[in-house]
Design a protein around this ligand. Structure first.
Ligand code: ASP
Ligand code: MG
Length: 463
C-alpha cells in the first residue's frame, strides 16, 4: 500500500510558532477566515517563546527549587486567564518538575516529559482563546493522540503510517463535530508510550507530518519573522523576499545554513505533494510558498555556514580522487563523523567538517588514508553557498576573484559552495549574491552595455 500522492482540498494545517503566539488574535482571525472559505482547519502550536528554554533550564538544574519556582511562575504568566481545565495541565507540569527535584540525575524519559509541557499548556490556552472567540476548539495532545516518533540513526522521525492509523480517525471525528483540534507540536510518543521530542523548532515538522497524515491541501507555518529572503539581510546587501521555492531548494538552503525550518520539515510535504506556506504573523503578504519545482520560477539565494574547518588531503600516491574519497568516507563512518561537504582543492580533496570533528578524528583519518607524514592542519573556513535549481549552469558567472579567494569549491545541480577564510566571507557572500540574483543580460543585440559593466564591477571585491 504505497503512499498515494493525493491531497484533500479543503483542509489546512495552520501552525503558529512560539513567537507568533504572542499575537494569538492573528491565529483566531486566520482560523475564522479559513472557515469562512469553507476550509477545515487543524491548528498546531509551539510552546510560547521562551518556555522551552525555561523547561530546559529546569532539567539542567533538577534540584534548584528556587529557580524552578521562578521559571514556573514565568510560564504561568505567559498563559493569561487560564481556566480550570488548563490549570490542571499547569499543575501536572508542577508535578513532573517536583518528581525530578529529588533525583540526582534526570532520565531521558523524565526530561522529555517535562519538555513536552510547553506545547501542552500552549494548546490548552489557544483552544480556550478560540472558544472564547466563539470558535469551538479542543486541545489535542500528540502523544496520547497517536503521533508515533521513533529514533532512526539517533534522529527522531515521525512514523507517518503508524501515526496515520491512529490520528486520522480521531482528528476527523473532531472535525466532523465542528471542532478545531489544537494539536501540540514538538513531540509524539514511541512504541513504548514514552514522550519523544523532535528537536528544537520541531513543531514545524509536527505540522507537515500532520499535513501528510490528513492529506491537507497545504500547511501554513506562521512565524514572527518575514518571509524567506535571497540572503540574510544582516550580511547581504540588496536581498529580496523569495515568493516561491522548490522543496529541494528549501532543503538545500537549510542544509547550507539558512536557519529557517527544522531540517525534516519538508520531507512529508515533498512526499505527499502539498505546499508549505511560510508566513510572517504581522504581514500576511510576506509569504514564501514551498512546493514542487517549477523551472520557470527557480530562485537564487545565498547562505553561509560558520565556523567550519577544512582539511586538505593530498591524493596519495597511486590513489585517484575517487578512491581517496572512498577511503576517507569509510574512516569517517567508523568514527561516526559526517562531512558537511566535499570540495575540490588543488592536488587533492577537501573535507569540510565541524571544527571539533576536524581537530580530532578527521585529522587522523585523513592522515592514515594518505599515509602523510606531515600533519594535516585544519584550516578555519566559512562555507558560502549559492542555491537554486539548475544553478550549475551559471557557474561561469562566478567572478574569477571569488574563485581565487576560495580555498575550495563544490558544485552540484542545485548548489555552488565556496570555502573561504572568515575575512573573505562578507565579500564572497555579497558578490555571489549580486551576480546570481541580478537578471541575466537580455539576449537581444540592442541590450545596453551598462549591465555588462555593472557585472564587471560586482566582480571586484570591495575593500
Ligand atoms: N518549543 C520547541 C522549541 O522551542 C519546539 C518549537 O518551537 O517548534 O524548540
Ligand atoms: Mg519554541
Amino acid at each position: 500500500m504505497g503512499a498515494t500522492p493525493m491531497t484533500r482540498p479543503g483542509l489546512v494545517v495552520l501552525k503558529f510558532g512560539g513567537a507568533a503566539l504572542a499575537r494569538v488574535e492573528r491565529l483566531i482571525e486566520r482560523v475564522a477566515e479559513l472557515q469562512r472559505h469553507g476550509q477545515q482547519v487543524v491548528v498546531v502550536v509551539s510552546a510560547r517563546e521562551g518556555v522551552t528554554d525555561r523547561l530546559l533550564e529546569i532539567i539542567e538544574h533538577p534540584s534548584d527549587r528556587r529557580r524552578h519556582a521562578i521559571d514556573l511562575a514565568a510560564i504561568d504568566e505567559l498563559h493569561p486567564g487560564i481556566r480550570s481545565s488548563v490549570r490542571s495541565i499547569v499543575l501536572a507540569l508542577r508535578g513532573a518538575v517536583s518528581d525530578i527535584e529529588s533525583v540526582a540525575t534526570v532520565t531521558v524519559g523524565e526530561s522529555e516529559r517535562v519538555l513536552s509541557f510547553g506545547e501542552r499548556i500552549s494548546a490548552a490556552w489557544v483552544s480556550q482563546e478560540l472558544s472564547r472567540a466563539d470558535i469551538p476548539a479542543v486541545p489535542f495532545d500528540a502523544d496520547t493522540g497517536g503521533l508515533v516518533v521513533e529514533r532512526v540513526h539517533g534522529r527522531p522521525e515521525v512514523d507517518l503510517t503508524a501515526s496515520g492509523r491512529r490520528l486520522r480517525p480521531r482528528l476527523r471525528r473532531l472535525l466532523r463535530r465542528g471542532l478545531v483540534p489544537i494539536v501540540t507540536g514538538y513531540f509524539g510518543r514511541n512504541g513504548r508510550g514514552a514522550v519523544v521530542t523532535l528537536g528544537r523548532g520541531g513543531s514545524d515538522y509536527s505540522a507537515t507530518a500532520l499535513g501528510a497524515i490528513l492529506r491537507a491541501e497545504r500547511v501554513e507555518l506562521v512565524k514572527r519573522g518575514a518571509s524567506i529572503r535571497t540572503g540574510d539581510p544582516r550580511l547581504v546587501e540588496g536581498t529580496a523576499p523569495i515568493v516561491r521555492l522548490s522543496y529541494e531548494e528549501a532543503e538545500e538552503l537549510a542544509r547550507f545554513g539558512a536557519r529557517v525550518l527544522h531540517p525534516l520539515t519538508l520531507e512529508p510535504a515533498r512526499r505527499t505533494g502539498f505546499e508549505v506556506w511560510v508566513r510572517a504573523v504581522d504581514d500576511p503578504t510576506a509569504t514564501t510558498i514551498i512546493g514542487p519545482a517549477r523551472p520557470e520560477s527557480a530562485i537564487r539565494a545565498v547562505s553561509v555556514l560558520s565556523p567550519l574547518a577544512l582539511l586538505r588531503v593530498p591524493t596519495a600516491e597511486g590513489l585517484d580522487r575517487r578512491r581517496t574519497v572512498r577511503r576517507l568516507t569509510a574512516q569517517l563512518a567508523r568514527a561516526r563523523i559526517s562531512v558537511v561537504t566535499w570540495l575540490t582543492v588543488p592536488g587533492g580533496v577537501g573535507m569540510v567538517l565541524e571544527p571539533h570533528d576536524a581537530g580530532t578524528w578527521g585529522r587522523s583519518a585523513a592522515q592514515s588514508v594518505t599515509r602523510a607524514t606531515t600533519p594535516i592542519a585544519p584550516l578555519r573556513v566559512d562555507l558560502v553557498t549559492a542555491v537554486g535549481d539548475g544553478i550549475l549552469s551559471e557557474f561561469g558567472r562566478i567572478p574569477a576573484s571569488v574563485l581565487r579567494a576560495a580555498e575550495g569549491v563544490a558544485v552540484s545541480a542545485r548548489s555552488l559552495s565556496f570555502a573561504v577564510r572568515a575575512s573573505q566571507t562578507p565579500t564572497t557572500l555579497n558578490v555571489v549574491h549580486r551576480v546570481l540574483t541580478e537578471r541575466p543580460p537580455p539576449p537581444s543585440p540592442e541590450s545596453p552595455p551598462v549591465r555588462a559593466r555593472d557585472r564587471g564591477r560586482a566582480a571586484v571585491p570591495a575593500g
